[in-house]
Design a protein around this ligand. Structure first.
Ligand code: K1U
Ligand code: ZN
Length: 174
């Protein structure tokens, strides 16, 4: 398995709409394993393929705590088939927007249909943190970042700081 580099905003590849996956085959399962390893190492609780530069509708999630057995969830071509009217606010983070966190309002409960790692069609209901992370990762598949849910003032402030941090890191390396 391999650690994959995670793209950081404002990388234009994070703004693309990802393409549907045509087959859950050995190369795709290898990508899932690499994404899980990358997510665990980051550490994070979710990761979408566009974040590692792969424009495919694939995401991985694991909400297990450090003292619990791993519980990876791989979703291929996920679709929301129902969302609640009730909303929930959660302070979100993103491995592609490092060191920035902000409250985002989303539907509190969702039903998501997807194809799993074994190529089986599945549909699950989610609430709480799982509902939030599913929606956050599905946004990545449409080129949307959590900062796109904020006011343009807050979004531009965060993006400007990321550009400045990248320039500083580049000049430190000289
Ligand atoms: O970049 C990503 O999409 C992953 C992101 C998922 C997420 C977190 C919180 C709300 C919505 C979506 C992260 O995993 S950020 C890191 C994080 O939240 C975390 C890391 C270690 C332990 C617990 C949480
Ligand atoms: Zn993210």
């Amino acid at each position: 398995m391999a650690h994959l580099p995670i793209l950081v905003a404002p990388d234009p590849r994070l703004k693309l709409k990802a393409k549907a996956v045509e087959a859950v085959d050995a190369p795709l399962r290898r990508l899932m394993d690499d994404m899980l390893e990358t997510m665990y190492a980051a550490p994070g609780i979710g990761l979408a393929a566009p974040q590692v530069g792969v424009s495919k509708r694939l995401l991985v999630i694991d909400l297990a705590k450090d003292d619990e057995p791993k519980a990876p969830l791989c979703m291929v071509n996920p679709e929301l088939t129902w969302v609640s009217d009730e909303e929930n606010t959660y302070e979100e983070g993103c491995l592609s927007v490092p060191e920035h966190y902000a409250d985002v309002v989303r539907p509190a409960r969702v039903r998501v249909r997807f194809v799993d790692r074994n190529n089986e069609k599945r549909e699950i209901d989610a609430d709480g943190l799982l509902a939030t992370v599913i929606q956050h990762e599905m946004d990545h598949l449409d080129g949307v970042l959590f900062v796109d849910h904020l006011t343009s003032l807050k979004r531009n402030m965060i993006l400007r700081k990321l550009v400045k941090a990248r320039k500083t890191a580049g000049s430190d390396a000289l």
